[in-house]
Structure formats: C-alpha cells, structure tokens
Ligand binder design. Structure first.
Ligand code: TXA
Ligand code: MG
Length: 345
C-alpha cells in the first residue's frame, strides 16, 4: 500500500464551476468509482475524496494524509435522499436544519446505517454527513454515483487547503486527480453538529455560525473541550497548525498592538523571522515586519477566507514565529478564533 501511495502521478484538471467540462467530471467520477483519490473544491476548503462505500479506497485517504485511524471522516452527498440512505435515524429537527442549511457548511453527526464501512467512522456508531455548496463538488458526487468520504486535503494537523496549489504542496503524487477551481469561498471548514444528543451540540465551529443555527433551533450549545474529545476523538488540541510557532495575542485594542510590537521586536532581536497576521486597520502599526492582512476587522468573511492561505504564505516565507491579532468572537469570528487558538496549541 505504501508503494502504491507514493507511485501515483497526480493529474491536475482546471474546472470552471460556471462552465463545467463534463468530460473531465466524468473522468473524475470514474476514478472515484474505481477506488482512486480525487481532491476537489468545496465552499469551505478542498477535500480529499474517495468512495465512502469502498473501504480500500478510504484506507488510501488515511495513508495519503498520514491521518490517524481514530479520526473519522465526513461523508459528502448530493441531496437529502442520499443522506437518508446513510443514516439509521434522521431526527425531525436535524431534517429541518438540513433543509435550511444544505447545501452548505454544516456537517451533521447522525446514527449511521450499516452500509458505511467502519473505517469511515473510526468504528463509531455515528456518521458525519454534509451536502457541500459547490457546483464542482456536487457534479463530482453526481458523476461518481457514490457518497464521497473526504477530509480536508492536507497532511494531518497542518492548515487546510483553500487553493489547489495548497493541495499539491501537501499531497502531490499521493492523490490521483486534483480538480482546481481556484480559491474556496468560505476558507474555514464546516461546522460539525452532533444531532444524536439533546440539546444538539457543536463539536467544531465553522462556516455555519452558532447564531444562525440558533435562529432555527434555539437551544443548540457549543460542546466543551472535554465533550468534544470524547465524541470526536480526532479533534486533538493542536490542529490546523502552520509549521511556524503561532502566538495568538488575546489583549484588546491598543494593548494588543503594543504587545504584538513588543513580541515582534523581541523575537527579531533573537534573529528570528517574524510574521504578523493583522486586520487592515492595524497593519501600518507593524511596519518593518512581514505583515499579512486578513481583511477589515469587521469583515469576518474576508478574514476567514484568507486565514489559511496567509498562514501557508508565512510558512513559505520561512517564518519562525507568527504573531496573530485576535478577532471578534462572534459569528464567523468564533471559527477564526477557534482555529487560531488550536493552531497556537
Ligand atoms: O468543510 C469541511 O468540513 C471539510 C470539507 C472537505 O468538507 N472537511 C473537513 O474534514 O474538514 P476533516 O476530516 O478535516 O474534519 C472533519 C471532522 C473531524 O475532525 C472529525 O473529528 C469530525 O469531523 N467527525 C467526523 N465524523 C464524526 C463522527 N462520527 N462523530 C464526531 N465527529 C466526527
Ligand atoms: Mg481537516
């Protein structure tokens, strides 16, 4: 198997979501049916896909990503009826969420049906399911005629890929086909919601905000760290990390700016290459340092979209230390802050 993973050559195919070349999608769909790996864009991040009903194919995902087997995968489907086929019970409130949020950045953890191989779910009795909101992902599922198991298409514990180039830098020649449709829109992963418990519990903050979910089901809660590790064993504390050491400064306003300036100077004086993640408004206060701007502080969509690509860019610039501002802890900001906290360990 090891040899097989390393001997493949990756074929990169550019796909315009608004003008899909179906010949290429058929080829990718067939690759999935034949047990190969296809990386594809979703609205959140790129996924590394395989036939969810083929355990040998799913095994290749774990090998390619160097992912521990205790970390279960999300299964991507094209519509509600397909989701229904993969689960044992679909609670009425969960169906309601599905109808309102799918296709979209919401993953629901449900009691699984027996047709899903154990390797997909790390032997749990639940399965995580979502319908992605991306024309190319949906076209791939349709052409494959299979549910597609797909984690983010990065090496385990590194930052998720928001461009095909990121997939290639992690997984070149470890995946058969990469469908390249440019930058993903949301930039952070889907929200993972456990709907097998009452009240429903968020296991991972992501593209679907807590606020928007609570407009539909008011008592949804965010799981505690302890509850999350128990329920979702792969969600280790240090995750989504760049290679550089990441420091998240949690002070506010001018205190935050001063602390970042002080830390940046300190590390620079030790001969370290320092990168700073900043909002637009503060960027000029860090002149003399390598600064990446995520967006206006209030524009959380922009900040989320640029987070992973800027972390990767700072790694590519050989930063030893990345110092990050903190962002508003509401809406999409919660997912941004969750990733920054996990990346900083
Ligand atoms: O946006 C996304 O969710 C992307 C795109 C490709 O869909 N996928 C993604 O997959 O981020 P991954 O494998 O990197 O993260 C999925 C998380 C895992 O950390 C896992 O712990 C959790 O979902 N998960 C999967 N199945 C689960 C289950 N049965 N119970 C609890 N947690 C589960
Ligand atoms: Mg991941």
């Amino acid at each position: 198997m090891k040899k097989f993973i390393e001997n493949r050559r990756t074929k990169v195919i550019k796909i315009d979501p608004d003008n899909i070349d179906w010949k290429h999608l058929q080829e990718a769909g067939q690759a999935i049916r034949e047990g190969e790996l296809v990386a594809f864009p979703t609205e959140t991040v790129y996924g590394l896909g395989a036939d969810a009903l083929n355990k040998e194919a799913v095994l290749k995902i774990f090998m390619a990503k160097k992912r521990p087997f205790l970390d279960p995968l999300i299964v991507h489907v094209g519509n509600m009826a397909e989701a229904n086929c993969l689960v044992d019970v679909f609670p009425a409130d969960a169906k309601k969420l599905g109808e309102l949020f799918w296709p979209g950045p919401l993953t629901m953890v449900l009691k699984k049906s027996k047709i899903i191989p154990d390797i997909v779910t790390s032997k749990l009795d639940t399965v995580a399911i979502r319908i992605p909101n991306h024309k190319v992902a949906l076209a791939l599922i349709q052409e494959a005629q299979r549910p597609i198991a797909a984690p983010s298409a990065n090496i385990f514990s590194y930052t998720s890929p928001t461009r095909a180039q990121h997939v290639l830098s992690d997984l070149k020649d470890r995946v058969d086909i990469v469908l390249d449709s440019g930058e993903t829109k949301i930039g952070v992963e889907s929200t993972v919601l456990d709907v097998t418990v009452k009240p429903f519990k968020i296991l991972r903050l992501g593209g679907a905000t807590w606020e928007s979910l609570r407009e539909v089901i008011p008592d949804i809660i965010i799981g505690s760290d302890h509850a999350i590790i128990k329920k979702s064993p792969g969600m280790l504390k240090k995750h989504y990390s760049p290679k550089a050491k990441l420091i998240l400064v949690e002070d506010k306003g001018e205190e935050m700016v001063k602390r970042i300036q002080m830390l940046a100077q300190l590390y620079k004086s030790e001969g370290k290459q320092v990168g700073i993640l900043s909002c637009q408004g503060n960027s000029e206060k860090y002149s003399g340092f390598l600064v990446k701007i995520l967006g206006e502080a209030e524009d959380l969509e922009s900040c989320a979209r640029h987070l992973y690509s800027h972390l990767r860019a700072l790694d590519n610039e050989k930063c030893d230390i990345i110092i990050s501002e903190n962002f508003s802890d509401r809406g999409l900001g919660r997912a941004i802050m969750d990733r920054l906290r996990k990346a900083s360990g």
